[in-house]
Unconditional design. Structure first.
Length: 384
């Protein structure tokens, strides 16, 4: 089975520095360096398409542009690239969401994937008119996906749940293909929803041992539902011709973190209700020391950014090896990003993907690519 790689559309803005934001924290000033115009996002999307990414993830929340509208526009500038659209079930009716997905599939030739985000910050949810607590939000997400999946199956749906109610709901035109559902979450409530409804369970980039525990947990829950899932991981990446060059870039990003910004962001993230965010914070503890928490796994991004806060850092060969390590645990899909997203898409696509292709682990969606360089560049950096 070929590994699947997705890139990221920075609808919160892009920069040569880390753009913060998410989980109740505002976008940092660097987000204005490259505003998220359709023209610029289309550049990133075309680069991702060319080098071999299957799709691109777009985030959701008050800190970024709307994912549905933005990707619908960017899709018109690409040919085969899929769009992993993040959305929150509490903000739109399930029947309308099912209809929107069907329309999206028809207008893009079946290029929609859905990343269902329940929402981990009550304060932000209330700004959108959603006053449920976290566990109730997950219960509503389960009802939402039950309705949507039945509609996509062509059924007429009557459901009177604890949070959602529909009568004689039906789609006049079905999506073709039915969009795959991506879902993440580290709390017990999240696990139950994932086991019952997700096609792909996503985890943030924790060290392999912790990822293995999550995979085993979700597999067991899914087996109890008579289902099997695929697994994906969300990471940033800094990959260069040599390990030393990659770590120089990581150090450059770290040097750009203003201490007051780090303090403010960490204070905000500590108020998060997200179990996944709590686990991210534990990886770095808010400090700048000991950020390489596993070989080539760097927790520095999480000092100024909510959500995914770790990066694979190293030579192309080292990054490829870490990907193989995660794959051995059961990870088949990788959702990646880097600053700035245009240039980093090429670094990864031209440096790492050919090595994985040569190893028989990846095939370019548009056809075969050339082999990786025959001679590996030796490790040039000091131990970190």
């Amino acid at each position: 089975m070929s590994l699947t790689f997705h890139w990221f559309l920075p609808t919160n803005g892009d920069s040569r520095h880390v753009v913060g934001g998410g989980h109740g924290t505002p976008v940092t000033a660097a987000g204005g360096d490259r505003p998220p115009t359709v023209r610029y996002l289309a550049q990133i999307a075309r680069a991702a398409e060319d080098v071999g990414f299957t799709g691109v993830l777009t985030p959701t929340g008050a800190w970024c542009e709307d994912a549905w509208l933005t990707t619908a526009m960017v899709s018109q500038h690409t040919e085969r690239l899929k769009f992993l659209v993040a959305f929150r079930p509490g903000f739109v009716s399930p029947t309308l969401a099912a209809q929107m997905a069907a329309t999206y599939q028809r207008q893009t030739g079946g290029r929609l994937l859905l990343n269902v985000v329940t929402g981990g910050e009550s304060q932000e949810q209330r700004a959108y008119g959603d006053f449920l607590d976290k566990d109730a939000r997950y219960a509503r997400t389960g009802e939402f996906l039950e309705i949507v999946r039945q509609l996509w199956d062509g059924r007429t749906v009557d459901l009177d749940g604890g949070h959602l109610r529909v009568e004689q709901a039906r789609l006049t035109r079905l999506p073709d293909p039915v969009p795959e559902v991506y879902f993440g979450g580290s709390s017990p409530a999240a696990g139950q929803v994932a086991a019952r409804h997700a096609d792909v369970y996503l985890t943030w980039g924790e060290p392999p041992a912790q990822v293995a525990e999550k995979i085993a947990w979700i597999r067991k829950l899914a087996a109890g539902q008579g289902r099997t899932l695929r697994f994906g991981i969300r990471l940033h990446v800094i990959t260069r011709d040599t390990s030393a060059a990659a770590w120089v870039e990581a150090d450059r990003l770290l040097a750009g973190f203003d201490p007051e910004t780090v303090r403010s962001v960490q204070e905000g993230l500590r108020r998060s209700e997200s179990e996944g965010q709590r686990r991210m914070l534990e990886l770095h503890g808010g400090g700048r020391d000991g950020l390489e928490i596993h070989p080539n796994l760097w927790a520095g991004i999480g000092l100024v950014r909510g959500g995914a806060g770790t990066a694979l850092v190293g030579s192309h060969a080292e990054v490829a090896e870490r990907i193989r390590e995660y794959h051995a645990l059961g990870i088949d899909e990788f959702v990646l990003s880097g600053y700035p997203h245009l240039e980093e898409a090429y670094w990864f696509g031209e440096g790492v993907l050919p090595r994985l292709a040569e190893a028989g682990l990846w095939t370019h969606p548009a056809g075969p690519v050339g082999p990786a360089p025959a001679t590996e560049i030796p490790f040039a950096g000091a131990a970190r």
